[in-house]
Write a protein that binds this ligand. Structure first.
Ligand SMILES: Nc1nc2c(ncn2[C@@H]2O[C@H](COP(=O)(O)OP(=O)(O)O)[C@@H](O)[C@H]2O)c(=O)[nH]1
Ligand SMILES: [Mg+2]
Length: 332
């Protein structure tokens, strides 16, 4: 090796070569710059890495300035971010319009949506962000669409029944194609996120929704859902008849795998209007941190109503929270 490159550098360079987003590239380049041996022989390479870093940073600045809600950047809001994906014309925009206050373009021709459209879905006392994305298909794909799926908490593949007799195999093939397109980009749609993480491949929990089930007989709907369930958890809906829509909100909430925790001040009634939402498995200290990071160091003790042995019990900070718990944080 002429320039005596280290194993760390080579690893970072490999990561750069496999990077699919600008953030990943920038991250890998920065690591390359720290790990590259600094001597005359690497001078040119170092200059090249610096140039690439500067360029990516400049691009990042531009895309942030240019549009506040343009593609790569839909700010997360609410208790989770859910993306609607799938082939064209399956009713993704109709679903968004049904579930949220958003007004996307709904049209009976394919590719009518070219920008992401976010909306908020009310679910009991929380709100969940739903984003309608342009179609994902083998012929058409823009990298930002895949990046948004990668960053989402949950992806919903929307496929549609057709009155001209699409078979259940066709529906499965349509869903499988979406899964495959994402897998090609190191994004695995999964039933449950695995603990094994690797820097390149991202697991995104996902569901399949069979829309337009008003167009086919109930019997076929059940068969199709069965077939789709072999890929991912599946359910049937219709944005026209409303069938399955209430259930879908519930399914979305449980697939997000979050819990709600309410807070109260000592001697006061709890605030039941604005729960904190945390991943299932979170402990008491996590909610203290969510209320305010500073409270963690000033913490004296926490009382809990809900999953304690009795109401108002003083609870250890590593106690695992349950959906609906109320905590009272006592500080120094
Ligand atoms: N019969 C029926 N038609 C639907 C349903 N949902 C959407 N559509 C129609 O399907 C077409 C495509 O809908 P759209 O939401 O634009 O699909 P997108 O391309 O996936 O966003 C429109 O003509 C909708 O009116 C449904 O549940 N049943
Ligand atoms: Mg659309």
């Amino acid at each position: 090796m002429p320039a005596n490159l280290t194993a760390d550098f080579l690893k970072a360079r490999e990561r750069f070569q496999g990077a699919s987003t600008d953030e990943e590239k920038l991250d890998a380049l920065q690591e390359m710059l720290v790990t590259i041996p600094k001597h005359k022989g690497t001078e040119k390479m170092r200059a090249d890495i610096k140039r690439r870093i500067a360029k990516l940073k400049e691009q990042g600045q531009k895309s942030k300035k240019g549009r506040s809600s343009g593609p790569e950047s839909i700010d997360r809001e609410g208790a989770g971010q859910v993306v609607l994906i799938g082939p064209p014309n399956t009713g993704k925009s109709s679903l968004l319009a049904y579930l949220t206050n958003a007004k996307p373009n709904i049209a009976d021709y394919p590719f009518s949506s070219t920008l992401p459209v976010p909306g908020m879905m009310a679910y009991q006392d929380i709100a969940i962000q739903i984003i309608d994305l342009p179609p994902i298909s083998a012929e058409y794909s823009e990298s930002w669409v895949y990046n948004m799926v990668r960053n989402a908490d949950l992806a919903i593949i929307v496929v549609a029944a057709a009155d001209d007799g699409d078979s259940k195999e066709d529906l499965s093939a349509a869903a499988a194609q979406v899964i495959e397109q994402l897998a090609l980009r190191h994004t695995l749609l999964v039933r449950k996120r695995s603990d094994k993480t690797n820097w390149r491949t991202v697991d995104v929990p996902a569901l399949i929704v069979l829309n337009k089930s008003d167009l086919i007989e109930e019997r076929y709907v059940a068969e199709a859902v069965d077939e789709l369930s072999s890929l991912l958890p599946a359910s049937a809906v219709s944005t026209v008849s409303g069938m399955g829509m209430d259930k879908l909100s519930e399914t979305i909430f449980s697939a997000l795998n979050i819990l709600r925790v309410y807070t109260k001040l000592p001697g006061k009634e709890p605030d039941l209007t604005a729960p904190y939402t945390l991943p299932v498995g979170s402990v008491v200290l996590d909610v203290v941190n969510a209320v305010h990071r500073e409270l963690v160091v000033r913490l004296k003790f926490v009382r809990i109503w809900g999953s304690g042995k009795f109401d108002g019990q003083k609870i250890p900070t590593d106690h695992v929270l349950q959906d609906g718990d109320i905590v009272e944080i006592h500080c120094l």
